[in-house]
Design a protein around this ligand. Sequence first.
Ligand SMILES: Nc1nc2c(ncn2[C@@H]2O[C@H](COP(=O)(O)OP(=O)(O)OP(=O)(O)O)[C@@H](O)[C@H]2O)c(=O)[nH]1
Ligand SMILES: [Mg+2]
Length: 357
Amino acid sequence: MAKQPGVLKPSFGGFPFAVPTPTPLFNVASALAKPAIDKVADTKDSIGIVLPDVSSTERRENNHLFTFPGARPNLESQWRHVEWTEEQKTSLMKTVRSYKPSSGEVTQAQVLLLGPVGSGKSSFISSVQSVFNGRVTNRAMVGSSSTSFTKKLQSFNIHGQSGEDPTGLVLCDMVGLGGGEMTGPTLHDIMSVIKGHAPEGHKFSPDQPVRSETVGYVKRPSLKDKIHCVAFVVDASKILTYPKGLSTTFQQLREHISDLGVHQVALLTHIDQVCSQTYKDVTQVYKSHIIRDMMVKAASLLGMSTSYIIPVRNYSSELDLDVNTDVLLLTAVDHILQYADLYFQDNTRQNPGPKID
Ligand SMILES: Nc1nc2c(ncn2[C@@H]2O[C@H](COP(=O)(O)OP(=O)(O)OP(=O)(O)O)[C@@H](O)[C@H]2O)c(=O)[nH]1
Ligand SMILES: [Mg+2]
């Protein structure tokens, strides 16, 4: 990045804090493009992060290498209780469909998905929408590239089959963290989205931060414009290779987001790529030592307790829904809605909560 007066250099230790600063998050695009461990030669990218030297085709074909050897046999019982039944799926769908925010001012909870490039943010939206549609659909466009495939802010009403009312949940997609100097979001832009200033469809660019001159800028956001919960999304197959700076970035984000009174949860995706038993049978998720270890590592990366983290398997290559995958996805949605609702409970008129400008 060309050095400009007053502009801080990209920092691998998190965001430089003279916001608004057109400085994207760390440039780890290529480091993010590969599952955790592989037996290939290493080369260095421009910022010194060690990258495996493999073609993108090879990367795609290596999707299920299960590079975590010496797996211990699974636990006999689940360490979190989940009922893997059609009834449970129906019951969770009913809970989500009937969800109404505990605030008369809004009818839907807006949840922002935030995480590194390729972590599965758009896939989660598509997967949740697929559960409610009754078939696998690619609603939020899913991609695979080293820079973020998603470029703009886009909100998705989660709704049932045509004719049904939308649920009380809106999932908001945006550009991934670490997409490189020209595409990664700045802290300022992320906070503008959460505060409700950024217009729907805003295309993120470090040289064009969200500001009052931005077309569609929301000057005085009301409760309905704001984000009510943030769901961080991290890829289990990359937990061991995410750059160190990502942890600092999450910490800084969490501090700023918490200051606004917005609760945060996390989704651990790609679990099918780290545990062969979970790949074969998703009901093994809470019996797998590997997934439990990955959740502990994700908790440490994010600086949050594992109780906020839900593992999910997104639909990626499947054409048909699977009831167990649906139960896990719906458990995540239920978890998200509980934390989104805390925001409304904290911010009712009687209890205005922290002032958000
Ligand atoms: N096996 C598997 N693949 C997944 C999972 N989630 C996402 N993927 C794949 O990972 C790739 C990236 O997924 P996206 O949903 O586009 O990720 P994203 O976070 O939206 O990425 P950007 O928009 O580029 O920031 C796609 O090829 C998905 O099919 C998962 O749980 N398991
Ligand atoms: Mg995306």
